[in-house]
Design a protein around this ligand. Structure first.
Ligand code: ATP
Ligand code: MG
Length: 183
């Protein structure tokens, strides 16, 4: 399972529709300070269902929408689409048979978010469920940010265990058990 492209529109500094492609297994995003490199990573977290504005380096959730510059008006909505190559079946379950999986989130100012899986509207949960156990999710280890390694090293055993369980593919079963027990 590999991220192929990210399509951004109205998200943070990416006001015009922009496609970022990752043509190989290793890509680097380079550019001067403030050009939007971290915004690309924020975009990935956001689509995966991140609900903390702080994690996305903002104060409120609507801070992800382009809020204007001296010569450009703010816009009313943001949308991000991630396209994954799933020809290796890395994402299993109901979507396992799809060679390509698209995940999209859009938000309008003063409104909630809508999520889409391969073009069909879905719940946030459908997205988090899909990626549970793959290492990719809003808070998993696929995105290693500054300071995270030292946080991991210093973390308490029970915090570390969350990462190990995700890597071992156990977290999705634990999540299902939790759901069953809560019913
Ligand atoms: P560095 O090399 O310093 O880490 P970077 O390339 O990671 O920089 P980002 O943090 O991704 O840069 O981008 C910051 C830019 O995004 C700032 O210029 C900021 O004004 C702009 N930005 C963030 N949120 C919004 C928004 N909602 N609307 C418009 N611009 C925004
Ligand atoms: Mg940065």
């Amino acid at each position: 399972m590999r991220l192929k492209t990210i399509q951004l529109a109205g998200f943070k500094s990416f006001v015009d529709p922009t496609t970022v492609s990752f043509p190989s297994n290793m890509s680097a995003v380079v550019g001067p300070n403030g050009c939007g490199k971290s915004n690309v990573i924020d975009a990935v977290r956001w689509v995966m269902g991140e609900s903390s504005a702080k994690t996305l380096r903002g104060e409120s959730m609507s801070d992800v929408i382009f809020n204007g510059t001296t010569n450009r008006q703010p816009v009313g909505q943001a949308s991000i689409e991630l396209v994954f190559d799933n020809s290796d079946g890395g994402i299993g379950g109901a979507y396992g048979a799809y060679a390509e999986i698209s995940v999209r989130r859009q938000v309008i100012r003063e409104g909630g978010s809508d999520y889409f899986l391969n073009g069909s509207k879905c719940r946030r949960r459908d997205i988090t469920d899909l990626f549970l156990g793959t290492g990719l999710g809003p808070r998993s280890y696929a995105i290693i940010e500054q300071g995270m390694i030292s946080r991991l090293i210093e973390s308490k055993p029970e915090e570390l265990r969350v990462f190990i369980e995700e890597a071992a593919g156990i977290s999705k079963y634990k999540e299902r058990r939790r759901e069953t027990e809560n019913r």
